[in-house]
Design a protein around this ligand. Structure first.
Ligand code: HEC
Length: 204
């Protein structure tokens, strides 16, 4: 086959693929707009304030950071925290969470084994998911899962469709008091929120 023929053949095959719509990624380039932050209201929060666990956060949202929790001298749990990219970008600019911001903390059992790096731990099955939704308007004054500028929710590993917290004051708030000055969020563990969050960390 001559070079010319080969080129022609290549072009013919490429056009054929285009006609068949086989190359969608190449032909439709979607620009990411500097949009306003993704709001959970209407998407993950219904008109009564019921919060649902976003089904695809694990693949769609960046990780903000993680925590390892010791128990009896070993790492028992690993917590990974996620939020939509637009929420993170807003925080980086404004140093606060926008109305409608949603944050998910996934708590998993940890597994450990000797690796070439040493005794290394990774995530096993899900224990629970915690979800918080920023509400700067006090939308649900009657709902016991909303208050202090947030909606608070809890889902158990076995059933991600069932919200099980009953009252944020009993189920959540006390434990978040140390982070009160940072909108109740332990921001210093999330460097993606900006260089200055570390200043809120407890002393070494
Ligand atoms: C036993 C104490 C405790 C309770 C109860 C608790 N939290 Fe937390 N939560 C923490 C701590 C401490 C962190 C950060 C460190 C960690 O994960 O170990 C955290 C982190 C989070 C995060 C990630 C964002 C952040 O603040 O760093 C979310 C979301 C969250 N909690 C939601 C909830 C919700 C919703 C409830 C109630 C249903 C709840 N938490 C109950 C202690 C608690």
């Amino acid at each position: 086959m001559t070079t010319r023929m080969a080129k022609y053949l290549g072009f013919a095959i490429f056009s054929g693929l285009l006609v068949l719509g086989v190359l969608p990624e190449r032909t439709t380039v979607k620009a990411r707009e500097p949009s306003s932050p993704e709001s959970a209201f209407g998407t993950y929060v219904d008109a009564k304030g019921n919060i649902t666990l976003p089904p695809n956060f694990l693949i769609d949202w960046p990780s903000m950071g993680s925590w390892s929790v010791l128990e009896n001298g070993t790492i028992a749990d690993i917590h990974n925290v996620y939020a939509p990219r637009s929420v993170i970008e807003y925080y980086r600019k404004n140093h606060e969470f926008p109305d409608g911001a949603i944050i998910v903390k996934e708590v998993r059992h940890a597994r450990g084994a000797p690796h070439t790096t040493g005794e290394a731990f990774w995530v096993d099955d899900v224990k629970v998911w915690f979800v918080m939704v920023r509400d700067r308007q006090g939308r649900f004054p009657e709902n016991p899962l909303w208050g202090e500028g947030w909606g608070w929710a809890l889902f158990k590993g076995g059933d991600p469709t069932k919200q099980v917290a009953t009252n944020y004051k009993d189920d959540c708030l006390q434990c978040h008091v140390p982070a009160k000055d940072n909108e109740w969020i332990y921001v210093y563990a999330y460097p993606v929120l900006g260089d200055d969050v570390v200043k809120h960390a407890p002393p070494r």
